[in-house]
Ligand binder design. Structure first.
Ligand SMILES: [Zn+2]
Length: 380
């Protein structure tokens, strides 16, 4: 649900590609270790050659990960699921898609596309090694890339959520049990087992003296552990909010202010009532909306000289919610638009009528309360 983080490096097939800060460190580390490796194994090369093959190999590895994520994305698109972005992280990438797949079969196909793509690249680079000997630059590059892509495919097939293998596993459990949330919990648990397994295995390797690879494995395990917990928590949010609509959670109180009020007076109104958002009304007609954020966008010294009307969010720019709108989608809309509240409007174009206000806080309160008492009605 959070906005894409990292540096945007471009757009492929209409999908924005981001690079997380952690990736840049990895890129430098991989390039350096490759240059060192090539220096040891190919002393006949010049150091310019060591470094340029190192950089080219790193860049192609980076392209391989993008290719892996694009394969997930293309299958998702085939199911009419929007792909929001691709972000490259420490140990691979993440393709963010607009919604969860509707069917187990769709999730299975989206998930398996990535490892298949990496396997395809592994075979491609392997066949290059048949034509170029390892002593040549192309050969050295191809050997590293076929092995790394093969490892990427195998690692991603580990049956722990949120790795591709975990998604494949979840899709199978989902298909068999027809129960999405149960499948997620099972795949989340297997994700934790895989993660703890990697941490223990990494610790074992480190204790046998191979410190860097041991710590590296343990670190990836720890990263996976967090990701597994987060993914399960996100599904829990979906669970908690499913079956609820805007009308269930909105506040029926709709505070209003007159448009001729000065900002100074509006500030006093906010301070007096503690309400942070108001609709601006003239003769019972809606003109716009004003809130504390809008108020604070004007310097304090100018509050006396400006009216509410001068700074309010005009009517046509207000985001609306319908009373029957599902709460989960609404929360995603609030977060995406970076606003804290939306008026809830019922009726058609002629008789549009504001019946309440919905805020992020009120949604969070419901989530909190529901997690304390448990869901009262079966939602699935
Ligand atoms: Zn993948």
């Amino acid at each position: 649900m959070q906005a894409s983080s990292g540096l945007r490096i471009g757009r492929i097939l209409g999908i924005p590609i981001y690079v997380h800060a952690s990736w840049m460190i990895i890129f430098v580390l991989i390039t350096m270790s490759l240059a060192v490796q090539f220096t040891q194994q190919h002393p006949q090369w010049t150091s310019v050659q060591h470094w340029s093959v190192g950089i080219a190999t790193s860049l192609l590895f980076f392209a391989s990960v993008v290719f892996h994520e694009l394969s997930h994305s293309m299958v998702a698109r085939a199911y009419k699921i929007r792909v929001i972005s691709i972000t490259l992280f420490v140990f691979g990438g993440v393709a963010r898609i607009g919604r969860e797949p509707a069917k187990a079969m769709q999730e299975f196909n989206i998930a398996i596309a990535g490892p298949l793509a990496s396997l395809f690249l592994a075979v491609g680079f392997y066949s290059l090694t048949l034509f170029f000997p390892y002593a040549e630059m192309t050969g050295a590059l191809a050997v590293w890339l076929w092995k790394t892509n093969a490892m990427l495919a195998l690692f991603n097939l580990l049956p722990g959520f949120p790795l591709d293998g975990g998604r494949i596993f979840r899709a199978i459990v989902w298909g068999v049990t027809k129960d999405f949330s149960r499948a997620t919990k099972i795949a989340g648990t297997s994700g934790k087992i895989v993660a703890y397994g990697m941490i223990l295995f990494g610790a074992g390797v480190a204790m046998r003296g191979q410190w860097s690879s041991g710590l590296w494995l343990a670190f990836i395990g720890w990263f996976l552990l967090n990701a597994a917990q987060e993914s399960v928590a996100q599904v829990a949010i979906r669970e908690t909010l499913s079956g609820l609509h805007a009308a269930d959670v909105m506040s029926h109180e709709v505070p209003t202010v007159a448009r001729i009020l000065s900002l100074e007076e509006y500030g006093q109104e906010v301070a007096r009532t503690g309400r942070r958002c108001h609709l601006v009304i003239t003769d019972d007609r809606l003109m716009g909306m004003i809130n504390v954020t809008t108020l604070n966008s004007v310097p304090r010294s100018e509050w006396v000289h400006n009216s509410v009307q001068a700074v309010m969010i005009p009517r046509e720019k207000i985001l609306w919610a319908k009373p029957e709108e599902p709460l989960l989608g609404l929360l995603e809309r609030l977060v995406a638009a970076d606003v804290n509240q939306m008026p809830v409007v019922s009726g058609g174009d002629d008789g549009a009528h504001i019946i309440g206000m919905i805020t992020r806080d009120s949604i969070l309160r419901v989530m909190q309360a529901r997690s304390e008492v448990g869901s009262l009605s079966p939602t699935r």
